[in-house]
Design a protein around this ligand. Structure first.
Ligand code: PLP
Length: 370
């Protein structure tokens, strides 16, 4: 939380959230067994359009669990976009595999399928497309680029409800999908996450590993070293309430992005890509400034802060971060991720913004870039 008038995001928590959480508390089911966990898994699977949802403790472990459940480990390469939140690449490292960084496209900010084809080697076992800031990656081209045997794990942490060019909901398109329910995501359980899949065996394996890999037949008999990656019934209660309001929230965030477009029309500022062939959602409103001079970006952020408006820089490209500097990095020449990072600022996108609020913020941004 911040004391600024306009934070970048805040959770939308209402009366239903209070009621469901209170109900979970009063029931005594506060750990990971309880009716809200089962209900949330059922309802979220249906929302995504898959048969199986495995609720977990956060989005990072959803990614890690998926890789481990698929048997990916040392000696394997996993392709990830250079521009993402670092958890995507960290999950690969924690699985013992090697991240391979691939640049993103300028027109949608998601992983470039042509470069994916170039990055693929006989050791490539998985690819994690990220639906960055709510824009679905080019899933059909990505599958064509890697072929049928590579495990495609969608990182849908920022894109609940988005649809690709074939009308498929993210999290249902690849072999599995990973979601985050962190406090600033489109659906929150405080901390939380989920794996979605159509594959019953993969779902069962993930469910087993997330719960200490304890044999269903023999209590306290563990066939391998498992994890405790469970979501609690308390968190799932919040998730059930959040799922009921998600449609309204997505509509409001889409309106906010449209208000920004109207208010910034004719200015040199570019906003989130909106490819006509996909139904993106708006997690965060992102602005690209007309210059790639980071000092300008930081001055603009400071000027807005002085007027009570918070902003966020874009994610630092993975190839610049110490754990990933030595990773293979495939680009077309220059780095698109780097250019987006240098120009990008995320703007307040909290659901309660009005058209006037957005107009005021956009005006302050126009003033700040001069
Ligand atoms: C938030 C996020 C994650 C990680 O989720 P947590 O629940 O915070 O662990 C992973 N990938 C992306 C792209 C994210 O935005």
């Amino acid at each position: 939380m911040t004391s600024l008038r306009y934070p970048v995001l805040e959770p939308d928590l209402g009366e239903k959230e209070e009621r469901y959480v209170l109900d979970a508390v009063r029931s005594g089911w506060v750990s990971s067994i309880g009716p809200y966990v089962e209900r949330f898994e059922r309802e979220f699977a249906s929302f995504v359009g898959v048969e199986h949802c495995v609720a977990v403790a956060n989005g990072t472990v959803a990614l890690h669990l998926a890789l481990v459940a698929r048997g990916i480990g040392p000696g394997d390469e996993v392709i990830v976009p250079d521009l993402t939140f670092a958890a995507t690449a960290a999950a690969v490292v924690h699985a013992g595999a090697t991240p391979v960084l691939v640049d993103v496209r300028r027109d949608d900010w998601t992983i470039d399928p042509e470069l994916v084809a170039r990055a693929k080697t006989p050791r490539t076992r998985a690819l994690i497309p990220v639906h960055l800031y709510g824009c679905p990656a080019r899933m059909t081209e990505i599958r064509d680029a890697v072929g049928p045997d590579v495990f495609v794990l969608e990182d849908a942490a920022e894109a609940h409800g988005a649809r690709d060019s074939a009308g498929r909901t993210v999290g249902s398109i690849g072999d599995a999908g990973a979601f985050s329910f962190y406090g600033n995501k489109l659906l929150t359980t405080g901390e939380g996450g989920a794996l979605t899949t159509r594959d019953p065996e993969f779902a069962a394996r993930a469910r087993y590993l997330k719960d200490h890999a304890m044999s269903p037949q023999a209590r306290y008999f563990h066939t391998e070293a498992g994890f405790n990656y469970r979501l609690t019934n308390l968190q799932a209660a919040l998730g059930c309430a959040q799922l009921e309001s998600l449609g309204g929230r997505l509509a409001q965030r889409a309106r906010i992005l449209e208000w920004y477009r109207e208010a910034l029309a004719g200015s040199p500022i570019e906003l989130n890509p909106a490819p006509a062939d996909r139904a993106r959602v708006c997690w965060l409103t992102c602005a690209l400034l007309p210059t790639s001079d980071v000092d300008v970006r930081d001055r603009v952020a400071a000027a807005l802060r002085g007027r009570g408006i918070d902003t966020r820089p874009f994610f630092v490209p993975m190839h610049r971060l110490p754990p990933y500097r030595e990773c293979r990095h495939i680009t077309r020449g220059g780095s698109v991720a780097e250019d987006l990072f240098r120009r990008g600022l995320s703007l307040p996108t909290l659901s309660k913004l009005t058209r006037d609020d957005v107009g005021g913020i956009a005006g302050a941004l126009r003033d700040a870039i001069g």
